[in-house]
Design a protein around this ligand. Structure first.
Ligand SMILES: *Cc1c(COP(=O)(O)O)cnc(C)c1O
Length: 485
């Protein structure tokens, strides 16, 4: 069971020190003499005074309260919480990568530029696109940058004033309509058909002279492959629109297909999801975008290019949408992604997708007798269940998610996508063992039985955690973000 720990400030006792070295007897230069008067501190900082052992225990206890992929199974659908090999961390921390500065003369950072160039080349193969920009800092920013490329293209064609609408299916991740709105577009939602995919008829009805383009995730957030994608691409293009590929689910198609082959014009990838950077704690991400060659003049600058054996930064693109991020993007995430891609190789990446899809279908098959399964066809790397059957017993999907914490698992994504009532969205990822998948399936089946036999337990869950159920509305509306003694 988790222990509630005292704040380190509450443990403070005057005079305690977290190190014990002899008094310094060497005269030191007093740096503070160089500080302007108004910047120097008038009173000592209020820092906790604790022993080294207290310090160690405090932070170790905090670390133990955290749940991460290193502590247990983390089937958070759409987020691809897979295991990220630690060798990538070691590589990202190498001095030559970690201690360079983006303002250094490019002559002194040729190795870093070579790595970024190499990553761009690899991502061209992964996506089937002609040019890549590594600048966007996450998927959502990639979407926004990609839509600015749409806009620049339509403006160049003299269509900028008429093509004001972006089509987004109702299964889309919330960032899709948000990015379109931030890019200045009106968003029109397309209803999914009974198979959970975009229907050609609904799409045709929504297309018009005002259409700037369609945003699509494939496989979509239900874990289903958009089987009509080739026809969809044709009719969007015929209507003068462009196709945007949300690549957050690339984990399902690596080495099998590419958005380029499917007919997409612009894509983003979430390097932190598909290509191995620990994420979910708000740390840096990377959302490179790729485009077909006719859109490449609009990509962000500077671009990383190669001239013979020499790598350079080129900003000489007058039609570019400009810079979307300070410097060149989140370089450390690029290093991890490059190390991951290079160590896996083409066959390894294909295996990633095969295993991710196999694991999802295995779990789905084990759970389908116990939970409603709205879409029967084979899934890709994730799938959705519905808690409707359990709701009839007075137990909500939220209760099921909270009960999973008692069994030692992170909860799946719940109540998303919005089109499935009482939705549970499960993404096991390729890095889990069959034993772990079975443990999770067993827990889900036990919970389904608890719903029948003792539903009150589920209303109380989680019962084994230091923090039970939070008042989420108050936490969001009236957050207390400053510690009060
Ligand atoms: C995660 C995700 C995004 C947003 O990506 P971020 O890197 O979190 O900004 C967009 N679409 C889908 C389907 C996602 O899963």
């Amino acid at each position: 069971m988790m222990k509630e720990t005292k704040l380190i400030f509450e443990q403070s006792k005057t005079g305690r020190q977290a190190y014990s070295l002899p008094e310094n007897d060497v005269e030191m230069y007093d740096l503070s003499a160089e500080l302007p008067e108004h910047l120097s501190r008038k009173a000592a900082a209020e820092l906790p005074e604790v022993s080294e052992l207290q310090l160690m225990r405090h932070y170790t206890a905090l670390a133990n309260n955290n749940f991460g992929i290193e502590t247990g199974f983390y089937p958070l659908g759409s987020c691809t919480m897979k295991y990220n090999p630690k060798v990538n961390e070691d590589i990202a921390r190498l001095d030559g990568f970690a201690n360079i500065h983006p303002l250094q003369n490019p002559e002194t950072t040729q190795g870093a530029l070579q790595l970024m160039y190499g990553l761009q080349e690899d991502l061209k193969q992964v996506t089937g696109m002609d040019e890549i920009s590594l600048q966007p800092a996450a998927g959502a920013q990639g979407e926004w940058a990609g839509l600015l490329v749409f806009k620049a293209y339509h403006e160049q064609n003299g269509d900028g004033q008429t093509r004001k609408t972006i089509l987004v299916p109702d299964s889309a991740h919330g960032t899709n309509p948000a990015s379109a709105a931030v890019a200045g577009y009106d968003v029109v939602e397309i209803k999914s058909n009974e198979n959970g995919t975009v229907g050609v008829e609904a799409l045709k009805a929504a297309l018009g002279p005002d259409t700037a383009g369609l945003m699509l995730t494939n496989p979509n957030t239900l874990g289903l492959f958009e089987v009509d994608i080739v026809e969809i691409a044709e009719i969007v293009h015929e209507a003068g629109g462009l196709l945007y590929y949300d690549g957050a689910n690339a984990n399902a198609i690596l080495g099998k297909s590419t958005p380029g082959e499917m007919g997409f014009d612009v894509v983003h990838l979430n390097l932190h999801k598909s290509f191995s950077t620990p994420h979910g704690g708000g740390g840096p991400g990377s959302g490179p975008i790729g485009v077909k060659s006719f859109l490449s003049p609009f990509l962000p600058v500077p671009r990383i290019e190669k001239d013979g054996d020499h790598y350079l930064l080129n900003s000489d693109y007058p039609l570019s949408i400009g810079r979307v991020k300070g410097y060149f993007g989140n370089f450390g995430v690029n290093v991890r992604a490059y190390a991951y891609i290079r160590s896996m190789g083409a066959e390894g990446l294909q295996q990633v997708s095969e295993d991710a899809v196999l694991h999802a279908n295995y779990l789905k098959a084990r759970l389908t007798d116990y939970y409603d399964t709205p879409y029967k066809q084979h899934c890709k790397h994730e799938f959705v269940l519905s808690g409707l059957r359990q709701k009839k017993q007075g137990v909500r999907t939220l209760d099921i998610a909270k009960r999973l914490l008692d069994y030692g698992f992170y909860a799946p994504t719940v109540y998303f996508p919005l089109i499935v009532e009482e939705c549970l969205m499960i993404e096991p990822t390729e890095t889990e063992s069959k034993e772990m998948l079975d443990e999770f399936a067993d827990a889900m089946i036990t919970i389904a039985k608890e719903v029948e036999e003792q539903p009150e337990v589920l209303h109380e869950a989680p019962i084994s955690k230091a923090v039970r159920r939070l008042d989420e509305v108050t936490a969001a509306r009236k957050p207390k973000v400053i510690y009060q003694r």
